[in-house]
Design a protein around this ligand. Structure first.
Ligand code: ZN
Length: 149
């Protein structure tokens, strides 16, 4: 068994090197632009939502390894889910990063995303990890620009 920190590093590096669902959907039904000026992360999400289900999602843009890996994992986790399910995961992810949810004790739908738990001890990276989730929440609400500031 590898320890969680090592696994976290591996997942971040792997998703940063080979991001999943990278690109733009045209046409799309929802989109939002997410900015984290603190770090310079800049992502754009495009989604196709049909009957309240996210049938497709892609992200593009640039930023640090954590924001790119978090974006990649976010798209993998919400693709095919209903908007309501995706919103629950987004809320739980933010609670975990704030330290209000412990994925090993509290019931949650985070699965592999619980690897990001360690980010709560790195205050300067919290916004990087949360950015794609905040942007997703904006996109499904019809807001076009999100800033972590
Ligand atoms: Zn960043």
């Amino acid at each position: 068994m590898s320890d969680p920190k090592e696994l976290y590093q591996q997942v971040i590096l792997e998703h940063n090197k080979k991001p999943r669902n990278f690109g733009k959907l045209e046409p799309c039904s929802h989109h939002a632009h997410g900015l984290n000026p603190l770090c310079g992360d800049d992502i754009e999400l495009t989604l196709v939502v049909e009957n309240d289900r996210i049938t497709d999602i892609k992200f593009s843009g640039h930023g640090c390894a954590i924001s790119q890996a978090s974006s990649s994992l976010m798209t993998v986790n919400v693709k095919g889910k209903s908007v309501a399910e995706a919103e629950i995961i987004a809320a739980q992810f933010r609670e975990m990063i704030r330290g209000d949810l412990d994925p090993s004790k509290d019931q949650n739908a985070l699965g592999k995303l619980s690897l990001f738990q360690g980010v709560k001890d790195l205050p300067s990276r919290v916004k990087c990890a949360v950015l794609p989730w905040a942007t997703l929440q904006s996109a499904v609400k019809g807001e076009v620009i999100t800033s972590t500031e």
